[in-house]
Write a protein that binds this ligand. Structure first.
Ligand SMILES: C[S@@+](CC[C@H](N)C(=O)[O-])C[C@H]1O[C@@H](n2cnc3c(N)ncnc32)[C@H](O)[C@@H]1O
Length: 343
């Protein structure tokens, strides 16, 4: 069937998934990843890379959207010949100037110098991170999509230890901890090559994490990033180590130059407006956390945020949890509790 997403129309399998990870197969298309592609288009429109690689083509929608919606010179690589044929058709259907290479993306990465490499495999992104870090241009970008959330959240604890050398407790903070674990893994791998990978845009949605990194050469830069990785103590238990630095960047600070059709999309617009607030503090306070809130009723989240603002705090909701809040600056939990429960 033909679907429309952004400014393009592509052929995708009839049985593609609208929610959740979807079934692997030729011409793979996942509608739940539209927000991922929308925000990639917004990011690319802002940083203007000159040569973009959509390393894992599927239906080709990501690369075709980037090329058509931002005018960026784009290559799509795809290892499966049946998917490659679908991509070729989708390229011509849209009058796109994307180049398709029916090959392993690791070969393609090593043969051309891209300044944006988009990694979107099935499952863990880790096996491809080294190739991307070694081959991206100095000052370029790597977009990483990870769907191995059971490993990243700690719910498959043995895999978390084997793959990410970390210990995590699964609780309501799990998605923010998970994305911070992914960031740590990429930074540490980059540091081996003296390539500093700084997260510029990070978010969770549904079954995946998405982080876009800016990668610059320099041992000192790597050391400064590594200083912001450490274990954390939560409810008396040591977890991590995790990246505790910023998730977003001031570059994105509500100034991302998203094309109108992306900025006006309700979900994408909300992410673009709210993501900068994720950096008010690392991790968040969960108003549903009985240990913090003494087992009382969960206070209203929007009223608590509004009251905190009235009391002079920078406060916001977080996209990591419907009952989570972030508060900037110095504060004391007893003061927050008092404000949350004030009549
Ligand atoms: C999750 S899908 C990509 C989805 C696509 N990026 C999107 O936004 O809709 C992964 C695709 O990568 C392809 N693939 C897997 N390993 C690859 C490799 N080493 N090089 C190139 N393509 C690969 C698979 O055949 C599949 O079509």
């Amino acid at each position: 069937m033909i679907i429309q997403e952004g400014l393009v129309r592509v052929e995708v399998p009839d049985e593609h998934r609208v929610r959740g990870p979807g079934k692997r197969g030729p011409g793979f298309y996942n509608a739940d990843q539209k927000i991922n592609r929308d925000l990639t288009v917004a990011y690319v429109s802002t940083v203007r890379p000159s040569f973009f690689l959509d390393a894992f083509g599927g239906s080709g929608i990501r690369g075709i959207r980037v090329e058509r919606e931002t005018g960026t010179r784009t290559v799509i690589s795809e290892i499966n010949p049946v998917s490659a044929a679908t991509i070729e058709e989708n390229i011509s259907r849209n009058g796109s100037r994307c180049t398709l290479i029916g090959d392993n993306c690791e070969t393609v990465m090593s043969e051309f110098k891209f300044d944006f490499i988009d990694i979107d495999p099935y499952g863990s992104a880790l096996p491809y991170i080294d190739s991307a870090l070694r081959n991206v241009k100095n000052g370029g970008h790597i977009g990483v999509t990870a769907t191995d959330l059971s490993a990243l959240t700690g719910s498959a604890g043995k895999v978390t230890r084997r793959r990410y050398s970390a210990n995590l407790t699964v609780d309501s903070l799990k998605h923010e901890k998970g994305i911070r674990l992914l960031i740590r893994a990429v930074i540490e791998r980059g540091a081996q090559y003296e390539m500093a990978a700084e997260p510029m845009m990070s978010f969770w949605h549904s079954h995946f994490y998405r982080v876009i990194f800016r990668v610059t050469r320099g041992a000192g830069r790597c050391d400064r990033l590594l200083e912001e990785i450490s274990p954390i103590l939560l409810n008396g238990r040591e977890e991590g180590p995790l990246w505790l630095g910023k998730l977003e960047t001031r570059l994105l600070d509500r100034t991302l130059r998203a094309p109108e059709h992306v900025a006006s999309d309700i979900r994408a617009g909300r992410f673009l407006r709210n993501l900068p607030d994720e950096d008010l503090m690392p991790l968040f306070i969960d108003l549903g956390d009985r240990e913090i809130f003494n087992g009382g009723d969960i206070p209203s989240v929007s009223r608590t945020v509004a009251r905190l603002a009235e009391n002079g705090f920078a406060a916001s909701r977080t996209h990591f949890s419907p009952t989570g809040i972030k508060i900037g600056g110095e504060w004391d939990i007893s003061e927050i509790r008092k404000i949350a429960y004030a009549k």
